[in-house]
Design a protein around this ligand. Structure first.
Ligand code: ARG
Length: 583
């Protein structure tokens, strides 16, 4: 907000000073990294002086003279080699504060041009174990979708579940020969996965079992009624259970258009790509080769083999007529573009699928699709020992297990802190803290780095954790509880103390932060911001009496508490984390 305002004033100052801007140069203002000289800073004069070969300080002085920011700043200085430093006035900060406590978007401006953005995330595979990659995707995707929606985009969330594929040969065989109905009823995902694992092992040991599974798969693909029925039941049971998990985590999808939804589109798509000359037949398969339009190092259809670039085609139909993951993804893009008029599609999927998406995006572009497609990749989650993350029982971890354990641990912690809460209240708090802790542990990390999963760390009340932030929120609420609702905040505000100023400044920066998150799709920028906000709030609370102050000071401080409360709640909400009034 301030950044955008000051940037436009700065640009106007260049015009007013009669300085022509060279092509490709747009002067800008950033939040000062060292706040001793000001709140915002611009190095535009230094960059431009270099190009124009003039003195940067003199140029900065010239811009300063033309800069009209009396309504926003109390001080402008030229420092060092030619930095312009801007210090906001207490009145401007107070004015922002009163917006933050009233505005539904807590002062965050809406985008000028709303886009239709499809967010493709979570997407587990039916009857296959859900792995940590699905956990990361679920949390990152949900948060990015919330942020995009919050700043005014039209967002469509789509869970592209793997509900079709070779695993169903094994599942159907297992269903017919060894399914335990009672276990299936109790925990369908678990039973289907264990049947799949057992048949998979049997098929590895015995060629005959493998053949039977293949035959079951062919029957399914040819529309055999019994096999189709089993497949449908597997999908239904899994989705039903998944929706419960998503529900407990407060995650919603607008659509569940899984892979099978596109089955009928695959044959015509491949035919069309052959017609368009984008695909060719090679050794019986239908594939997309490089068209030589980009440098080999940027070409997803080439792979380096020693000193040579060799073709790495994308297969869209196998020799036996079977279609692939990539074919489905191409059909999915068509659908999202045609039916939803998607301007952008975000794929929140682990880094190992990078080549797949590069190929699919390039193939779609060759088909004339101009929608912006972005692969939002992430690394892995490691156990505390730095190796693959495992559960207590030693299995690879799925979303369900992690959430259950987090809630259970948070419940134990709530019991230990017994403070006159009922069991139902404690259950609710445990659900919020448990789920929130796992989400926050994920979202506070740079998505591209691997991170270590640590129960103790994520559930701790100290440090950069969900409990710490939720606790900061609870503290802001407890002030208002003490006042028993008898408080009407007014616009009579005066920011005088340094601690008040620091907090008002931090609160105002949410307007910028909420937009910056989407520059590179990084929820950790928001997490870090909220952590800093909570810290700034604690320092303010230690430095300034709130309830024992009077008049304008009291109204200002209560308004700061209320604004902090609103920004924390909204910000945590954008991470998909709920708050509780007590803990
Ligand atoms: N089901 C896939 C997997 O588990 C993820 C799907 C991601 N979305 C997509 N459109 N390919 O690896």
């Amino acid at each position: 907000m301030f950044r955008a305002l000051l940037t436009s004033r700065l640009q106007a100052a260049f015009t007013a000073a009669g300085i022509d801007l060279p092509e490709g140069f747009t002067p800008g203002v950033v939040i000062a990294s060292d706040t001793r000289f000001g709140d915002y800073q611009s190095n535009a004069a230094m960059i431009l002086a270099k190009q124009l070969k003039t003195n940067p300080r003199a140029l900065a002085e010239q811009i300063k003279a033309a800069l009209q920011v009396e309504d926003l700043c109390e001080k402008i200085t030229v420092d060092g080699p030619g930095f312009l430093n801007l210090t906001l006035s207490p009145a401007a900060l107070a004015q922002r504060l009163s917006v933050i406590v009233k505005d539904v978007h807590v002062g965050v401006p809406q985008v000028e041009k709303a886009k239709t953005i499809v967010v493709d995330f979570s997407a587990p595979n039916i009857a296959k174990p859900m792995h940590v990659g699905h956990i990361r995707s679920t949390f990152i995707g949900d948060s990015l979708a919330r942020v995009a929606r919050f700043i005014g985009h039209k967002v469509i969330t789509d869970n592209h579940v793997g509900d079709w594929g070779t695993q169903f040969g094994m599942i159907i065989h297992g269903w017919k020969t060894q399914l335990d109905q009672s276990k299936l009823k109790a925990d369908p995902i678990h039973e289907l996965v264990s049947v799949y694992k057992a048949v998979n092992a049997a098929a590895k040991a015995d060629e005959a079992v493998l053949e039977t599974c293949k035959a079951e798969l062919v029957k399914l693909q040819q529309g055999d009624a019994e096999n189709l029925g089993i497949w449908k039941e597997c999908v239904r049971l899994t989705l039903e259970q998944l929706e419960k998990v998503y529900g407990a985590l407060d995650i919603k999808f607008d659509h569940y258009l899984g892979e099978s939804f596109y089955n009928d589109a695959l044959a015509p798509l491949v035919a069309e790509m052959l017609n368009q000359g984008i695909a060719t037949i090679s050794e019986g398969a239908t594939v997309v080769f490089s068209d030589g339009s980009v440098k080999p190092e940027n070409d997803p259809f080439l792979i380096r083999d020693k000193d040579e670039w060799k073709p790495a085609p994308c297969i869209i139909r196998k020799g036996d007529g079977g279609y692939l993951y990539a074919t489905t993804d191409l059909a999915t893009i068509d659908y999202r573009v045609k039916e939803w008029q998607a301007d952008e599609i975000w794929y929140v999927v682990g880094a190992p699928q990078q080549l797949h998406f590069r190929q699919v995006f390039a193939a779609a572009q060759r088909r004339g699709i101009t929608t912006k497609m972005i692969h939002i990749a992430f690394g892995s989650i490691l156990g505390p020992d730095g190796k693959m993350f495992k559960t207590r029982s030693g299995e690879t971890v799925g979303l369900l297990e992690v959430i259950d354990e987090a809630i259970e641990r948070a419940r134990t912690a709530a019991d230990e802190k017994e403070q006159g809460l009922s069991d139902t209240e404690k259950d609710e708090i445990a659900r919020i803290i448990g789920g929130g802790s796992v989400k926050y542990a994920e979202l506070s990390q740079n998505r591209l780095t691997d991170y270590k999963f640590s129960w103790d760390k994520m559930l701790s009340l100290q440090g950069n954790t969900a409990p710490y932030l939720i606790n900061a929120y609870v503290r802001t609420r407890s002030i208002f509880r003490k006042l028993d609702g008898e408080v009407t905040l007014t616009d009579d505000l005066a920011i005088t103390e340094p601690a008040e100023r620091a907090l008002a400044m931090k609160l105002a920066q949410f307007a910028e932060n909420a937009h910056d998150i989407l520059d590179d799709h990084r929820p950790n920028l928001l997490a870090n911001y909220l952590y800093e906000l909570a810290d700034t709030y604690h320092s303010f609370y230690e430095a300034c009496h709130v309830l024992r102050s009077e008049g304008t000071a009291r109204n200002t401080r209560l308004t700061l508490c209320e604004a902090t409360s609103r920004v924390l709640k909204t910000g945590l909400g954008l991470l998909g984390i709920q708050t509780t009034e007590r803990m």
